[in-house]
Design a protein around this ligand. Structure first.
Ligand code: MLT
Length: 257
């Protein structure tokens, strides 16, 4: 099936090795802002909004992790970049894993931030469909209020997340929930990845436990886990210093320094 990509909204900072930072669900590129000053002298930071989120086009027909990965490949084409390091946060990690599978020749390194390679269990899939139904009947407030306390215990960051989630549209949230429920088990292709793989895990992550990072890294050729104490599901906001340090390790490993 032909994938109809869209032009993603994007911001860029710095120069050097391209590092694409992909946000999770149901957030937008602003989650990465705390690490921009820490990394912009070390890499060319390319920070898109995924389709449907932030300022990107709202087209959600055939929404899937594979389609979102094709949008990222289209973005690299548009910026005339052949290869990049991808860092995906949570759902952004699912997208980055699809990218690694579909476009291995374009990948220089892979960071999975608070993410996992497992597909949804039947219970998790069911829970997502229930959430989609609740969002349809109660509106975005349902997740804008309900999700942030699960992502972090930091009240200030919870407020920022609430604002980001509040800007989402119901059809996009429903499409993304369904696409996550339908995603493939990426464990199958982890051993095929030939570039360095870094898993960053907040030790207090309530959504995706740190064990998921360790099990992914066991399956790759070259990889390591970077654990961040006192961080939950959004380590780039909760502990930007440590998250930037981890990503800098990956930049070095990808460049062979
Ligand atoms: C995310 O943070 O992107 C999502 O919560 C991930 C998920 O629900 O699997």
């Amino acid at each position: 099936m032909e994938l109809k990509t869209v032009d993603l909204a994007v911001e860029e900072h710095g120069e050097g090795t391209p590092l694409v930072l992909i946000h999770g669900f149901p957030l937008n590129r602003h989650i990465w802002h705390p690490i921009v000053p820490l990394l912009k002298n070390k890499a060319r930071l390319i920070i898109p909004d995924l389709r449907g989120f932030g300022e990107s086009p709202q087209e959600v027909d055939d929404y899937s992790m594979r389609l979102l990965a094709a949008d990222i490949s289209g973005l690299l084409d548009r910026l005339k970049i052949e290869k990049a390091i991808l860092a995906g946060h949570s759902m952004g990690g699912y997208v980055a894993l699809e990218f690694a599978h579909a476009y291995p020749h374009r990948l220089k390194g892979l960071a999975l931030v608070a993410s996992q390679a497992d597909e949804d269990s039947p219970e998790r899939r069911q829970a997502r469909l229930i959430t989609a139904r609740e969002v349809r009947s109660r509106g975005i407030r349902y997740i804008a209020d309900g999700m942030p306390p699960k992502l972090t215990t930091n009240v200030e960051i919870q407020k920022q997340l609430n604002q980001m989630i509040s800007t989402c549209s119901v059809p996009v949230v429903v499409a993304a929930l369904k696409a996550m429920a339908d995603r493939s088990d990426a464990n199958i292709w982890l051993p095929e990845i030939q570039v360095p793989v870094l898993a960053i895990a907040g030790l207090n992550d309530q959504l995706i436990p740190v064990e998921k990072s360790h099990s992914m890294i066991k399956l790759v050729n070259k990889g390591w886990v970077f654990e961040i104490p006192e961080a939950g599901h959004v380590p780039m906001m909760e502990n930007p210093q440590k998250t930037a340090e981890a990503l800098y390790q990956l930049i070095c490993a990808a460049n062979g320094c």
